[in-house]
Design a binder for this molecule. Sequence first.
Ligand SMILES: [Zn+2]
Length: 337
Amino acid sequence: MKGEWRRSRSASSSRLNMFSARKWSGVSRAVRLHHFRSCSVSRASPNLTFVPACLPPDPVEVEELQRFVSNSKRLFVMTGAGISTESGIPDYRSEGVGLYARTDRRPVQHAEFVRSASARQRYWARNFVGWPQFSCHQPNKAHLVLRDWEKLGKLHWLVTQNVDALHTKAGSQRMTELHGCIHRVFCLACGDRILRSELQEHFEALNPTWKAEAFGVAPDGDVFLTDEQVRDFQVPACRKCGGILKPDVTFFGDTVSQEKVSFVHQRLAESDSMLIAGSSMQHLIYKVYSGYRFALAAREKKLPIAVLNIGPTRLDHFASLKLNSRCGELLPLIVCT
Ligand SMILES: [Zn+2]
């Protein structure tokens, strides 16, 4: 595994993968090795608990997507929570099975996290409890297909709105994590970076007798605990400066850096078609840079756009192709040459 990872870190890939690997090179490597070593979750059969009901792929749909992919030479792919539901991670919005449909839980707000020690205590206590399960989720067939398309030169760039690291675990390199990754943590004051798995050890050392039971894990690793349960939880500060530690994810109310947005627009400008997999592209209830803007840019450039998502999306009226299937069921049927 070590050798394979080193081989894949060629000069060209590390140059291109500037937002997901170079900045965090040691971290990304450790994340991947850690997961392959310590998690024994099988990839063989999908976990459909959080996947909305849908019919098997229609042969006509398969043929249409096949034509779309065959005609593309430099495919730009954008993925959302819907691609990870088959790995057992719930999304926020799906009817009946999404987090919003099942609970009244809403994601943490950036301003509240920065301002309030008790908000951070609540966030980290929940995240601490959810981590052992959340960190072991494995990529499903859809993630692996996109990894293969990259290797074959079909996929020009991948942008994910997910923070679950499943594309990284699958081996994708030409990728930008638009909203960051929950497996990395940094200090708001000095910028020091550590692995989320490393932080887990600090939590355990600081809270040797603290215990709470988790009830359901959210797309960002959050679980549900009462205020009473989190009251005695101890949160570590930055080891270097004592500053506030925050996951390397864009919380709701925060913005994606202009540098990252421009980088993705450049990759889109080099592409000849766009595939959106597992995202409804709906407005989030809190402001965050939405992948929808990249879809609008693709439309302006008159690129063919295919949308693969169970249920309606914001792009349905201007997509060249709309497919209502599970990503992990339809994508493996496409022959990539
Ligand atoms: Zn610091």
